[in-house]
Design a protein around this ligand. Structure first.
Ligand SMILES: [Zn+2]
Length: 441
């Protein structure tokens, strides 16, 4: 799990910038070029034998990027791949006596970014070239903007398929890539969410490309999503490890994220939970952020409990509780966020299950069951869930850790007897995560 975070790429940026500046002139072999195209950028990755010197420059009329690789040779099986995304064509050849030149012909002007990556997992050295369009892609529409004014809106779920592009994630016993499974589950989850009354979904990625972690949750924030769900598949050295798990952000993760938000001027002008932190009063900003984060973490815990409980009904769970870790994608300070490990891709039986569309539907339906329970009990204002609750004159309560029937009864101004009969309870025992109907009047 923690290893995967490194694999997920937060070590990448650091290693990259160090290498790019200290790389000495070396003769390197260029083994392969792979290209991925996403809606936001196009990524070209060269597999190289070691650190190498390179020069990058862009030319207009026609638009192209030229990459000169110093003192390098192509291996015998190097082939130039077909063009994709922002690329019209890719050409490569020798440049002078010792260098190689790769020319990327472009559809439009781009902002290039390049960096070297040190070996990680099964990958050796890589030279990465990211090409961003100069024109920004269309802004995400929020649910409030899509729905007719005055009508109750749908709750919006941002579904994040983990990994993608040059980051395959974990690799299964039979060779299945986690990035392929996460996308298949994410798409199925979107399909199931969209047919659910009062719910709509968006995907952070809908293709085979990589998105940085911060951008994943930023997309959910931009769309004003009510919930962010990151989909993954677990891996462990022991192939017997099995079961799904649900994760939320650890308090340590929240604390370090709060420090970053408060320190970052750009972030401070941003809105968190509807309030701007752009105040000169540091204490006030910290309090506002703390309030928003606290509410978000509580909501994340509730929805995670619900999803965990409903996933238990369709298959084994790895632990019998919701787990916590400092995952970057879960750090949104104002969108409740959970990470679902659907199963262990390293377990041959579970890998097979993840490759089966019918099993993926079962998983998606279980996740949606959990979400529905959560939104029924705690509907965001202005949503169809909220107006249904008013119409049905019913309210619901999610039991949190340590709560007893009498505490819940007192809080809602009802009696233990009324609670028992409304929920057909034989005794007084309730479990954290249970949803209780609260009788009205
Ligand atoms: Zn993963």
């Amino acid at each position: 799990m923690r290893n995967r975070q490194l694999k997920c790429g937060w070590g990448m940026g650091l290693a990259a910038s160090l290498l790019a500046t200290i790389a000495p002139a070396h003769a390197a072999e260029v083994k392969a070029l792979r290209i991925w195209a996403g809606p936001e950028y196009t990524r070209a990755v060269f597999d190289v034998s070691g650190p190498l010197d390179y020069k990058l420059f862009d030319l207009a009329n026609p638009n192209r990027i030229v990459l000169d690789l110093h003192a390098s040779t192509f291996t015998a099986d190097y082939g130039t791949p077909g063009a994709k995304g922002l690329l019209k064509a890719v050409r490569s050849g020798k440049q002078g006596a010792k260098d190689l030149r790769v020319v990327f012909d472009l559809e439009q002007g781009v902002r290039p970014k390049s960096f070297l990556l040190a070996p990680a997992e099964k990958f050796g050295y890589r030279l990465v070239l990211d090409l961003y369009p100069k024109t920004k892609p269309a802004v995400v529409k929020t649910m409030q903007e899509i729905m007719p004014p005055g009508a109750p809106r749908n709750v919006l779920i941002a579904i994040d398929a983990g990994h993608g592009g040059d980051d395959p994630g974990s690799i299964g016993a039979a060779g299945t890539y986690e990035k392929v499974i996460t996308l298949a589950v994410a798409r199925e989850l979107k399909r199931v969410v969209d047919r659910e009354p009062g719910m709509s979904a968006i995907l952070t990625r809908d293709g085979d490309y990589f998105i940085p972690h911060k951008e994943r949750y930023q997309k959910a924030r931009d769309a004003k999503a009510d919930l962010f769900v990151s989909v993954h598949a677990d891996a462990f050295t022991k192939s017997e490890a099995r079961g799904s798990s649900v994760w939320v952000l650890s308090p340590r993760g929240a604390t370090s994220e709060a420090a970053r938000w408060l320190a970052d001027r750009e972030n401070r002008a941003d809105l968190v939970g509807g309030v701007s932190l752009d105040t000169r009063d540091d204490t006030l900003a910290a309090v506002l952020l703390d309030l928003s984060q606290g509410a978000t973490m509580e909501a994340s815990g509730s929805v995670a409990n619900q999803v965990h409980a409903s996933m238990r009904k369709v298959g084994p769970t790895h632990k019998n509780y919701v787990e916590r870790a400092n995952f970057i994608v879960l750090r949104s300070p104002d969108v409740p966020s959970i990470l679902v490990e659907t199963a262990f891709i390293s377990n041959p039986a579970e890998e097979k299950r993840l490759n089966n569309p019918a099993e993926r539907t079962k998983l998606a339906e279980a996740i949606v069951d959990g979400m529905r329970n959560y939104f029924r009990a705690t509907p965001p204002p202005g949503t169809l869930f909220a107006s249904n609750m008013k119409r049905d004159k019913v309210s619901r309560h999610i039991v949190s850790t340590g709560e007893t029937l009498s505490v819940i009864a007192a809080r809602h101004g009802t009696s233990v007897t009324a609670l028992r009969s409304a929920n057909k309870l034989a005794g007084d025992s309730v479990r954290a995560g249970d949803v209780l109907e609260i009788p009205q009047g």
